[in-house]
Design a protein around this ligand. Structure first.
Ligand SMILES: Cc1cc2nc3c(=O)[nH]c(=O)nc-3n(C[C@H](O)[C@H](O)[C@H](O)COP(=O)(O)OP(=O)(O)OC[C@H]3O[C@@H](n4cnc5c(N)ncnc54)[C@H](O)[C@@H]3O)c2cc1C
Ligand code: FES
Length: 281
């Protein structure tokens, strides 16, 4: 069993937890993920390793309450245990040779982007970060990004915090003013990652995107996480989650992600009725 040693609510829909899992904490690197179950009879969901403390043996996860399993997970508190917490899975983010990078995170994608920004900074790269949220209430991890970035642009859709606009706006401004990034890392909703790719394309800047398709086993056996990348079938769990943004078929990925929408909606409604009091207190 894997104990939750700390739980912090970052905004009304996003929760951070530290889980006691020493073998994972010793090995996990930026870009990798774990698969957990919140209940012994529950489904397995993948979450990115947002950080780890090998001394304390803890692994940080940051998750958005999206549906049934994340609702059940959010209903747990420090001292409770998770039956499964398997990892690290996937390939670490490649940062070799990068001297100047832009890291863009959209919404809860910032939880995945932060360890990448930290890894780049710790290797001596200069990092500009761009984070984007719906509004002020959704803003997370500002202090943490600020600590590892030369420049930090916080964007909100409605302008209620930071600057009004999409994450692509400051990236475009930087590129237009002559900033040459060795690579841009874009992590967030598919539409956002695709937009970052199109912003970078005229400048020929490489873009790494982090793909989050539906995963089941996380070990390359089931094919559930397949994507088309550069015209070939790739499995996000073992070949990714990072891929060359110019090669990903985003439209196919979006269609596959919505395949179970009706089932997910039904499950969410069931769980909302169960946990409403705890979640929306
Ligand atoms: C490699 C990877 C890393 C991820 N890291 C994070 C993270 O750090 N923080 C975070 O908030 N979310 C992360 N996600 C997404 C997270 O796994 C889903 O939000 C979660 O599975 C939702 O499950 P649910 O039962 O609560 O919601 P559901 O209602 O079942 O699903 C809500 C949405 O989540 C996605 N989803 C559902 N089941 C899965 C699954 N088994 N695998 C992948 N996506 C699924 C679908 O897009 C779905 O529409 C990651 C996904 C992947 C593949
Ligand atoms: S989750 Fe099964 S092959 Fe990737």
């Amino acid at each position: 069993m894997f104990e939750i040693v700390n739980k912090v609510r970052l905004n009304p829909g996003v929760t951070m937890m530290d889980i006691y899992a020493p073998p994972v904490a010793r090995k996990a690197q930026a870009g990798q993920f774990i698969i957990l179950r919140a209940e012994a009879d529950g489904e397995r969901i993948p979450l990115t390793v947002a950080g780890c403390d090998p001394q304390r043996g803890t692994v940080k996860i940051i998750f958005q309450i999206a549906g049934g399993t994340t609702l059940r997970l959010d209903n747990k508190n420090a001292g409770d245990c998770l039956p499964d917490f398997v990892g690290p899975l996937g390939c670490p983010t490649e940062t070799d040779g990068i001297k100047k990078a832009c890291v863009a995170g959209g919404g809860v994608g910032c939880a995945i982007a932060l360890p990448v920004a930290r890894k780049l900074a710790s290797c001596g790269a200069q990092v500009d970060s761009v984070t984007g949220f719906r509004n002020k209430d959704a803003v997370i991890l500002e202090r943490e990004f600020s600590a590892c970035s030369k420049k930090l642009f916080v964007m909100t859709d409605d302008g209620s915090y930071g600057k009004k606009g999409l994450v692509t706006a400051p990236i475009k401004e930087e590129l237009e003013s002559g900033t040459r990034y060795d690579r841009i890392f874009a992590i967030g909703p598919l539409v956002m990652m695709k937009a970052v790719v199109e912003t970078a394309r005229p400048y020929g800047i490489p873009v790494t995107v982090s793909m989050n398709p539906i995963m089941i086993d996380g070990t390359g056996m089931c094919g559930g996480c397949r994507l088309t990348v550069g015209g070939k079938t790739r499995f996000a769990c073992v070949d990714g989650p990072d891929f060359d943004g110019y090669e990903v078929d985003f439209d196919e990925a979006a269609a596959r992600l919505s395949a179970y929408r009706d089932f997910e909606l039904a499950e969410r409604e069931k769980c909302c009725n169960l946990f409403k009091k705890e979640i929306y207190r």
